[in-house]
Design a protein around this ligand. Sequence first.
Ligand code: OAK
Length: 832
Amino acid sequence: MSAADKVKPAASPAAQEPSAIAGNISYHAQYSPHFSPLAFGPEQAFYATAESVRDHLLQRWNDTYLHFHKTDPKQTYYLSMEYLQGRALTNAVGNLGITGAYADALKKFGYELEAIAGQERDAALGNGGLGRLASCFLDSMATLNLPSWGYGLRYRYGLFKQRIAQEGQEEIAEDWLDKFSPWEIVRHDVVYPIRFFGHVEISPDGKRKWAGGEVLSALAYDVPIPGYKTKNAISLRLWDAKATAEDFNLFQFNDGQYESAAQLHSRAQQICAVLYPGDATEEGKLLRLKQQYFLCSASLQDIIFRFKERKSDRVSGKWSEFPSKVAVQMNDTHPTLAIPELMRLLMDVEGLGWDEAWDVTNKTVAYTNHTVLPEALEKWSQAVMRKLLPRHMEIIEEIDKRFREMVISTRKDMEGKIESMRVLDNNPEKPVVRMANLCVVAGHTVNGVAELHSNILKEELFADYLSIWPKKFQNKTNGITPRRWLRFCNPELSEIVTKWLKTDQWTSNLDLLTGLRKFADDEKLHAEWAAAKLASKKRLAKHVLDVTGVTIDPNSLFDIQIKRIHEYKRQLMNILGAVYRYKKLKEMSAADRQKVTPRTVMVGGKAFATYTNAKRIVKLVNDVGAVVNNDADVNKYLKVVFIPNYNVSVAEVLIPGSELSQHISTAGMEASGTSNMKFSLNGCVIIGTLDGANVEIREEVGQDNFFLFGAKADQVAGLRKDRENGLFKPDPRFEEAKQFIRSGAFGTYDYTPLLDSLEGNTGFGRGDYFLVGYDFPSYIDAQARVDEAYKDKKKWIKMSILNTAGSGKFSSDRTIDQYAKEIWGISACPVP
Ligand code: OAK
């Protein structure tokens, strides 16, 4: 008899008492069995527990849907190609307020809730910041009771798993659906046709219509998103692609032609097979465009269906009401096809004229920009677009034409700028559609994600449009959910915060954290704060030991940089700094070493599979670690660790245990950053440049509690020019660090090309485009200030407290409230 059999199984869904919950877990173990009946190990316990929690979520989800249906409020639809949800169990029971009851219930089977929660795989349907932001936003939308949904794709393989081998990073497919996801609910009745290829037909009355090609189906999977302390639960609707039985050629199959018999089925499977298929080949590009269209078309058909369903008396004559019921937010340009798709559905299916359809579309869609890096600004080949989506290409051409005419007829002064502002770039070598321009032209609002970034959009990237539409551009500084990123991932610190603020309301009103400021010098708080930090550092050290075999000292300064590996984020500067530190330690006398602040430098992050320099950086961090950590002369004072397979749940262990974190991008290049907010919230001090949201974090926590260095955004262009003109004089410390690596101190791997990217005078990726050399001396000086500050324990803890106290602004509840009021025009709709 398994452990689950010993507790009386009970179907009672949404049970509240530990014994009833245990019965419900047991019920799921036995009556929705996914495993053979005798086993009830931690994995089985996780699935049965998750299914039991899902009962709670389903009830709330149904109530919320019904309530929205009845009250018919204006609703937001967040379209995103990426969501980095991470694990869901701890978050779900936490938001529902049933953590204790589930912990007690699991004890009846001999399990700890934390250990069972650790069984869950991360849902990693995103690459980095943009995807994680989308997930934080969903949590806030649900918590604020906003009528809203997320739409995305149900990738079979999410972001790859990273393994560190002799040669550096290896990528392994991440099979998050290997068993199944207990959170998703397949909606067999929510299916829409999605066409690709084909041609445009013109009827005798001149109406245009897309026909032919191949038609697949989009099938909905809903992931319920519970709000914190509310009855509302919203939905993340993920689309999967399907072909039908009719598409299966039985005749061919019986004739032994197995592959051609199931051709469409196999093409359907490709669509949601992987997150971000490599786009080096034409096939890869086409597949990515198919994914984007698949998301947009399925979501808009669903939105229109719901719009019609909610008021049966709405007829096509009342389409002008659509923008008062629907807001569509495009998460960067990946869902730009929502624009021509909405136009097509309104004109070709619903029968509206151009002007009316354009008015509706413009009032409905809004665009968030998440990067100014030129290589990330999407441009699609006109030829590929015309082949895959011929009707959309016609619509885009018409948008481009009308935009041009509008500028020519109303703004003579802008004539010289038109070509670069147009949606189409008709360069005969490579004609493309500029997706960001399409979003700016068609959307009612364009926003950046931090003050500095939004200003760069207005003053540089989109400056020409600003004079045409001065009111279109806004800022919405990013935020993070305080539930996942403090309350649940750092229970020790959370308890202290609650105790000193005498309320746990900060969890949904983060501004209350400023109340900690008045205790910043209190010795009792200091003692508790330090103890909580130490406990988190020990947990972190255990993780490091488990995954790398390296022992780190919880009494050393824990210095962390975790994010995607990218040259602009300058992990290379971090490791050069560590190399310099190591060299100086080696040169010191043993007596001098004892005065040094011991440090553990941790770096984690994934490099895009084809990004060579990023992969070299990963290899370098590992090679430096291998030497430093085994050097008995100095490894009491310095360790360098690469944390493999950085993901959401690893972040939940690392961030609470951090004391210093590095946000050191070249100024002007990081749109916002959001891990900076998570660190600061958890009482970690930042060393950083004036970039992205660092600027605002520093304002909020106070400049004494932030280690600033480096060039400012408005200096960067001039510094690059200076360099081209041979005016850059490298600091000897920079030369020394590079030379030490070149000397082979860290093994035989050839780091010449990586180091050469920091030399020379010109060109992207050469000539030190990211200004590591320029910023290095001020970075090393700032690190020396960190070492000094850490020696004064009282001072450090005060800085830590003031970081937490100053983090209120960075709640995604604040961000989403601003989106709701200033972009979407929606208001709360709580289930009574
Ligand atoms: C990814 C693909 C295309 C365009 C942007 C991204 C992206 O992840 N951008 C990141 O978005 C985050 C959320 O706004 C920001 O915090 C990061 O700075 C930005 O790089």
